[in-house]
Design a protein around this ligand. Structure first.
Ligand SMILES: [Fe+2]
Ligand SMILES: [Fe+2]
Length: 193
């Protein structure tokens, strides 16, 4: 599914279920960061008009998701907590060497975004299928549907702005690396933990 090389251990949902407040808090910031990534692509590459158009729509959509998660937090009588550190994303972003041309930098940013979207979508699917809380199960099913095409959109842009064979090879290598990271994850009540 989604090109990922290693599925998340379904027992991750059992960990999540014990601390709904924590997963919702972390998830809220994932949506925030997805919106920030879209905005940073606009700022970094303003001449790529098609990208700018799609990132504008995406930033809106991701902030809409943030709002939905925030409402779930409030509905349960909680207040949004501080941002959680996303070790997964920190480790993932060590994969491509720093530097290189502006175009290379763009391709790497797009591939990281594609992978984070793909893994998030996989986690949403798992939550929708396994979580006992019916309200959240439906919530994650709906979110999974709207997130499913984000990963293909980022991949499409990476292939458009880079050399296709090179991009495809980088994507394969990144997927392998991510699968290695995933071996030690699936143990915390965070969206990528
Ligand atoms: Fe989202
Ligand atoms: Fe997304």
């Amino acid at each position: 599914m989604l090109g990922l090389k290693l599925p998340t251990d379904p027992r991750w949902v059992n960990i999540v279920e014990k601390n709904i407040e924590e997963i919702l808090t972390d998830h809220a910031y994932c949506e925030q960061k997805a919106a920030s990534t879209a905005i940073s692509l606009i700022i970094g590459f303003p001449e790529k008009s098609e990208l700018v158009k799609e990132m504008t729509a995406l930033a809106r959509e991701e902030m809409g998701h943030f709002n939905m998660v925030h409402d779930k937090i409030l509905k349960r009588g909680w207040v949004l907590g501080r941002e959680r550190k996303d070790e997964y994303v920190i480790e993932l972003m060590k994969f491509f060497p720093k530097g290189g041309s502006r175009e290379t930098h763009l391709v790497h940013k797009l591939l990281y975004a594609a992978l984070i979207e793909a893994r998030s979508c996989e986690r949403f699917r798992l939550l929708s299928e396994e979580i006992a809380d019916e309200e959240l199960s439906e919530f994650y099913r709906n979110l999974m549907v709207s997130e499913a095409n984000h990963y293909t959109m980022f991949l499409k842009f990476a292939r458009k702005y880079g050399k296709k064979e090179e991009v495809d090879q980088k994507w394969e290598d990144l997927l392998e690396y991510e699968a290695q990271l995933m071996k030690d994850l699936g143990k915390k009540e965070t969206m990528h933990g």
